[in-house]
Structure formats: C-alpha cells, structure tokens
Ligand binder design. Structure first.
Ligand SMILES: [Cu+2]
Length: 354
C-alpha cells in the first residue's frame, strides 16, 4: 500500500513537472496530497529532532514511516555581527539567523516547543507556514520571557516553508532575524543528492549607513520605507564568504534550500556561473528546469538544484545587483577538483598572460 501511494505521488510529481500548466493535474495533486496525509498513521515512535546550525541541514528523511518528532526552539535575543565591525541586536530562533532548519515528512506529527529565554526583553511566538491551523501556531506559542509553549501539528503538505515570529510589531521581529525554514518531504523523500545547504536572505535596517561600525540600532523609518542598509544571506555579510564558503567537489549534485525572510524585499536568487537543473518554484511541488534566476518572495522559499561540473568559485547573489555588491547579498560555493575542458576551457592567449 505504501509503495502504491508512493508511486501515485511520484507519478503526479512527474506529471506536474512535465505539464505544469494543466490545472486539473495540479488540483488533483493537491487534493490527494492533503487527504492522504491526514490519513497517514504515525508508526508509534518519536524522536527529538537534531537541529544543526545553518548552512547545514539534517540528513534526508528517505523512505521512513511517518512518526512523531519533537522540535525544540529557543528564542534568544543577542548582539552579534552583521558585517565586519558592525554589531546588531539580533532576535533569533536557537541563536542563529536564520533559525535552525526543521526537516520532517508528510504525515509526521510535529510537537513544537517554543521557549523564550529568560533574559529576553520581549514576548515572541512562531508562525510556521507548514501548519494548517490558526496563525500557523502563532496564537498557541505566544510566550513571555522565561516561559515555554507547546503545540502539535500534522504535516499535510509537502514543500519548503518559511517560519517566523508573528508577535507585534511583526515587521520588527522579522527584521531583527526571527525567521527560518521547515521542509516537509513527500512520502518516500526527495531524490538523493550529494550536498545540501540552507541559505536565507534577509534585509536589515540600521540607524547608521552600510558599513558604519559599532552597535547599530534598528531603524523603523527605513524599514517602513523599504530602504535597507543591508541585504544579506544567513544574517551576516560574511556568512558564506572566506572561511565560510560552501565546499563542493566536481561531479557532485547540489541542493540549496533557499528562503527569504524579508521583511520587505523579493530576492532574485542567482548563482553566477551555474544554471539550475531544477527549481521547486516557491518551494512547492511544481518543478521548473533550466532556470537562471529564481524569484523568491518575502515569506517564501525555493529549492534549487544543480550539478557542479567545473572547478572554481561560484558566487551566490541577489541579482538585483546593487544589493549584492553594495549591501552584502553575496555568498560563495567553492567547487574543487579536476578541470573539465569538455565543458569549460580558457584559451591562454598572449594578451591574457600579460
Ligand atoms: Cu519575536
């Protein structure tokens, strides 16, 4: 029965990928997905989810049965670095921007614990876009400093979803870094790849201009005007640069879970020198192929996949390009290994050697 259901879901994913403009196919896919997921029984076991810090994620769910999983998130308000010499009072889930990745499968029952550390100054909560229920869990999890709230939800829809704090003023909580991603894998899991990474874009609004040193306060007027001083990946201009570059080998397949916390800007996500073999557009089940730049709305996500064919440095950008070179939206994937002259060959002319 399980493999029969899996075949149906895989077939529908395939059909959705081939004829994504067929309305009937998409409707029946979504309906089947929802009905089946509600009927999926958990296997009676439970586990406490490990929560690696970004840019890393848990291993794939594979073809395991649905189960109960416990996710422990702690809200931490803490000064950290936004850029070299620039400090900011981040509000975080588990001490990182973005918050730790959550990975489960359709049919799982997720028991989410939200603790607000006792040295916090504000109440917080969590709205997970993967939840079917009031506020995505926001009302059930509104917690004062030093308190903990718990709720359980059943994952009904496969996809990559944003979670964020929804305490008022919502824009300020998100602008301070309170967002992350939750992946709900379909039954049978996503196809295996060699490397997976977790990246989330965010825009930041500081009293000082870009690069002005010292502790920078949040600037609400710039936030309302949607004029950020910083647009960064993973909460810091250097989060994916230098010693933090993502490491990949020639020949490996790469999957990026890319989210956009906003709070305001839409990302034009691009990897310089690569073409995405697949994009799960907006984190849903429709797959686009051969994509150069994918649009990721604030509060949205995309899964992008490519194969590393040629060694070198591949730069991640928001292709609204002033954000990349003047506001920090840069990261790097270092591909190491043998040259592949069949695909890329640089002619060493006399002029180039000079
Ligand atoms: Cu908050």
């Amino acid at each position: 029965m399980k493999s029969f259901k899996r075949k149906i879901i895989l077939s529908l994913l395939l059909i959705a990928g081939v004829s994504s403009c067929s309305k009937n196919t998409q409707d029946s896919d979504l309906a089947l997905n929802t009905i089946n997921a509600e009927e999926i029984k958990t296997d009676g076991t439970f586990e406490v989810m490990e929560l690696p810090a970004p840019p890393y994620v848990q291993s794939a769910v594979g073809n395991r049965a649905a189960k109960k999983v416990v996710v422990n998130l702690e809200v931490i308000e803490e000064v950290g670095e936004l850029a070299n010499g620039v400090e900011y009072n981040f509000w975080t889930f588990n001490g990182t921007v973005p918050g730790t990745f959550i990975r489960a499968r359709v049919g799982d029952e997720i028991e989410l614990h939200l603790k607000n550390r006792d040295d916090s100054n504000f109440p917080h909560n969590i709205d997970l876009h993967a939840v079917n229920g009031p506020g995505g869990g926001a009302e059930a999890t509104f917690v004062a400093p030093g308190k903990e709230a718990v709720f359980t939800f059943k994952a009904l829809h496969a996809g990559l979803y944003v979670y964020h704090c929804a305490a008022a003023p919502v824009g300020m909580h998100i602008a301070n870094g309170m967002y992350g991603l939750i992946l709900i894998e379909p039954e049978g899991g996503l196809p295996p790849v060699d490397k997976e990474f977790y990246i989330m874009q965010g825009d930041f609004y500081t009293k000082g201009a870009y690069g002005e040193k010292g502790l920078q306060e949040f600037d609400i007027n710039k936030a309302i005007a949607e004029q950020p001083d910083y647009v960064v990946f993973n909460g810091n201009t250097g989060a994916l640069m230098g010693d933090n570059e993502l490491q990949v080998k020639v020949g490996e397949t790469v999957r990026l879970f890319v989210g956009n916390g906003g709070p305001n800007l839409t990302s034009s996500f691009h990897v310089i020198g690569e073409i995405f073999d697949k994009v799960y557009t907006e984190g849903g089940t429709t797959i686009m192929e051969n994509v150069q730049t994918t649009s990721i709305p604030a509060g949205g996500a995309a899964i992008v996949e490519f194969k590393a064919d040629v060694p070198g440095d591949y730069v991640l950008v928001d292709h609204a390009i002033f954000r990349a070179f003047h506001k920090g939206a840069l990261g790097k994937i270092k591909v190491s290994g043998e040259e592949n002259p069949n695909i890329f060959y640089e002619h060493k002319t006399k002029d180039q050697k000079l």
